[in-house]
Design a protein around this ligand. Structure first.
Ligand SMILES: C[S@@+](CC[C@H](N)C(=O)[O-])C[C@H]1O[C@@H](n2cnc3c(N)ncnc32)[C@H](O)[C@@H]1O
Length: 441
């Protein structure tokens, strides 16, 4: 393995690289011990491999016994039966019970994940000693949420009662629960003990988790280096979205029981971020100043992405009020609305400000930056194809085409580091299609 554990002053251990790991390297790859689909994905995706139902009319196969679990084929259904048979007969009664009905949405998901985990513990050959993944899971640090708060679980049909206590399992679930995502959309939650054992959190991480989803194959988590990682350097991943500038420290304390001391949190604790957050016209005007500060180039097509994380201390003090969560939320909503419904020119303007925020908040090569640049390239393409050309000597395309090409080039530069992820036919395929269209112009 390219990493080893060393002791850490406050986090028990940390993962350090054994050699130079170039950007894009898969540091660790693992399958889940247990996972659960989000309710919105039930029936759309296979409950075993998590892949989407084919686009055609071919439907997923239901489990004929409970009719509540769906599979893309016999192979997945057979593989899932090893654990699914433990709760298949009882799951519908459990989900219709008052104690389950009364739970909040996220607690229902936890209850099902815990049920899947218990089924794994009681499946044949799954005693802790026989199952390295299970013993690794039990070696994880328990979180601050103690077992007494464990949600109800579905009764299991088994003569082999799990020897592990529900409370002990649950106390390790909250702080070791990954959001499985495809192209940045969360589709499921999962337990990946090896990644949990190895990686601490940073809001300026040098690696991220991605998931490979393919029909008939267990979902694979890969931890990918975002930049070159030097030998002996600690490898950290983000536990929560670093864009949660105001709430993330609270989440670390409540869910993970630590205070983050990464360079971004240290800078934020020293800076005096003024209240109230700007909104409306003032937000647009300050946001434009932020993008001019971060991209001091004459035209948008000359933009280059910084090679190092932006130090928040270097941002002019009159722009610090932008680092309230409501600012990015408002700008992202405007970008999304303009890029869907137009005017597309306005989307490009707001989009540049969103890009400036992302570059200030996320480290280089962070997936959100690449995905946003792809949306910018698509929007620029929409400006070109929807514009009327009243003056043939000055078509909009002459101005916007270089922008579209620049955004696409930068998007590819970022997304290539992370490589293929999620369901097939993702953003990298879109980059290819757009590349053909733009280079024909
Ligand atoms: C998934 S485990 C990470 C592996 C852990 N270091 C170990 O030795 O098992 C998560 C726990 O590690 C600790 N941790 C993770 N990141 C940390 C950080 N940046 N600072 C302090 N503690 C951290 C917290 O106790 C957290 O609940």
């Amino acid at each position: 393995m390219s990493v080893s554990l060393q002791s850490h002053a406050t986090a028990r251990d940390k993962a350090v690289s054994n050699a130079l790991l170039p950007a894009g390297t898969t540091v660790v790859s693992a399958t889940s011990l247990a996972n659960v689909l989000l309710p919105k994905e039930k029936g759309r995706r296979c409950d075993f491999c998590l892949s989407l139902a084919p686009q055609s009319e071919v439907r997923l196969q239901k489990c004929t016994s409970c009719a509540s679990y769906w599979y893309c084929g016999t192979k997945c259904q057979t593989s899932h039966w090893r654990t699914h048979k433990k709760y298949c007969k009882n799951i519908n009664r459990f989900c219709a019970s008052r104690k389950f009905e009364q739970l909040e949405g996220h607690e229902k998901l936890d209850a099902l994940l815990l049920t899947h985990l218990l089924a794994e513990c009681s499946a044949g050959g799954a005693e802790e000693a026989d199952n390295p993944d299970l013993s690794l899971f039990m070696s994880l640090l328990p979180g601050p949420v103690t077992g007494n708060n464990a949600p109800p679980t579905c009764p299991l049909a088994t003569s082999r009662r799990p020897t592990l206590l529900v409370d002990d399992l649950y106390s390790r679930c909250g702080n070791n629960n990954f959001s499985i995502h495809s192209h940045l959309t969360t589709i499921a939650h999962g337990i990946f003990p090896l990644a949990s054992r190895l990686f601490n959190h940073s809001c300026v991480p040098n690696a991220v988790a991605k998931y490979r989803i393919a029909p008939g194959k267990e979902v694979q988590m890969e931890i990918v280096a975002l930049r070159d990682i030097a030998p002996g350097e600690e490898i950290c991943i983000p536990y929560v979205d670093p864009a949660l500038l105001e709430t993330r420290q609270k989440i670390f304390q409540l869910t993970y029981d630590f205070t983050c001391t990464c360079p971004s949190c240290t800078a934020l604790s020293r800076l005096d971020i003024p209240q109230p957050a700007p909104a409306g016209e003032e937000l647009i005007s300050l946001g434009t100043t932020l993008h001019r500060f971060l991209f001091p180039v004459p035209t948008p097509d000359a933009i280059e992405l910084p090679k190092e994380p932006v130090h928040l201390e270097t941002v002019p003090s009159e722009l610090l009020c932008l680092f309230r969560e409501s600012c990015l939320t408002e700008l992202c909503e405007s970008f999304s609305s303009f890029s869907h419904d137009g005017p597309f020119e306005s989307a490009l303007e707001v989009g540049l400000t969103v890009l400036a925020f992302y570059v200030a908040i996320y480290p280089p090569n962070y997936p959100q930056i690449g995905m946003h640049l792809l949306e910018m390239a698509k929007t620029a393409w929409n400006v070109i194809v929807t514009s009327e050309h009243p003056d043939p000597s000055d078509p909009v395309g002459v101005k916007v085409l270089p922008q579209a090409q620049a955004y696409l080039r930068l998007s590819k530069q970022v997304l290539d580091v992370i490589g293929p992820e999620g369901d097939m036919e993702g953003p990298l395929a879109e980059v290819q299609v757009l590349d053909c269209l733009l280079n024909k112009q």
